[in-house]
Write a protein that binds this ligand. Sequence first.
Ligand code: UDX
Length: 433
Amino acid sequence: MKIAVVGTGYVGLVSGTCFAETGNKVTCIDIDQSKVDKLSSGQITIYEPGLEKIFLRNLNEKRLTFTTSLAEGVKDAAIIFLALPTPPGADGSADLKYVLGVAHDLGKIMTDYKVIVDKSTVPVGTAEKVHAAIAANYTGEFDVVSNPEFLREGVAVEDFMKPDRVVIGVQSERARQVMAELYAPYVRQGNPVIFMDEKSAELTKYAANSFLATKISFMNEIAQLCERLGADVDMVRRGIGSDDRIGKRFLFPGIGYGGSCFPKDVQALIKSSEEVGYNFQILKAVEAVNEAQKLHLIPKISAYFNHDIKGKHFALWGLAFKPNTDDIREAPALYLIEALVAAGATVTAYDPEAMPNVKAVVGNKIGFADSQYPCLDNADALIIATEWSEFRTPDFDIISEKLNHKVVFDGRNLFDKHQMKQLGYYYESIGRP
Ligand code: UDX
């Protein structure tokens, strides 16, 4: 099939590459000339495990091409995916200017039947708006479909190639058949393609992310309780997760969820609810708990140093909002840095992928180390903000030797607390007193 993908951000690039991988001919369109030049010459613009290999393969096979011209890019396409940014506006609702702007332009260009697919996470009712924006300039036949993505950064290629499910909001039989044919190779293992109306598909995306965020905030509150009652959240997590109705996944407490999706989607669903006169109380609490959780380690750190961390120096392992990504959007580490620096402390950080992004944001407010152990030099304590695999089984002899004090504040519960005690550490984690 011939496919156009408008927007070569994270979702667009992963989707375009993965559609090419099963033999489709994909043209990706972006207004950013330098990005298109880079991608066309084989330079990948995002870090995502496994993506570069298939990106280069499909580029070489000429199944994947890039252009800045919308007209040229969509000319032969049977399906046009919109993978455009929907940043939160000042009031928390998703800003649709990019999506509707492109829809408007498509109306001027289109000359034959095409299926236009919303891939971006968009508020309920957007498919209708996209339809209207195209119809303002084009009177021929077309269909607008909602097809939300459920890609996790770090495993996006796997999520795309073998999705748990594909959700497609579509009314017309013609578009339904096109979408069924497109996704058939991705659901060979028997996972479902779930067809529904556009509004339900749009809401499914927000409901899925908000539910997962709720699970995390719930566990973070249980962890708070564990710390006060003397229970161990790891045990409680295992105890409840074995119940199929609850499930084992997404029950890990920590210093809050971050990233480009959960914070934005929770906010947007609260806002959409308000717009239709509904007060989504649980989600408001989910958000408030998460905001507080990002700074949960600060009072613990402060208490250890007798409420005076001015002049103290901290080693910080992990900056990305989660492992296997260089993404620092809403990363808890940034909140920790801000709080520590504001209190007069100094910080040296290390992250395997995210340091360039953090440097661009914080400049020389903090120092950066080339690897995990030099990061510890002269530090009064080690703080862990991201659970990169390489932090999981470190050499504690080196850590002991380098740190001024054997003190670790672990925001991701990486280590065994009994082992840490045996090794003589003062060790604080989340929900494990
Ligand atoms: C998420 C959704 O999983 C994906 O389906 C959607 O399309 C985009 O948003 P992503 O943001 O890449 O994906 O990250 P994910 O792996 O889901 O983690 C989100 C956040 O939750 C991270 O900050 C992570 O550290 C945190 N988390 C996750 C926890 O704190 N505890 C858990 O048990 C799981």
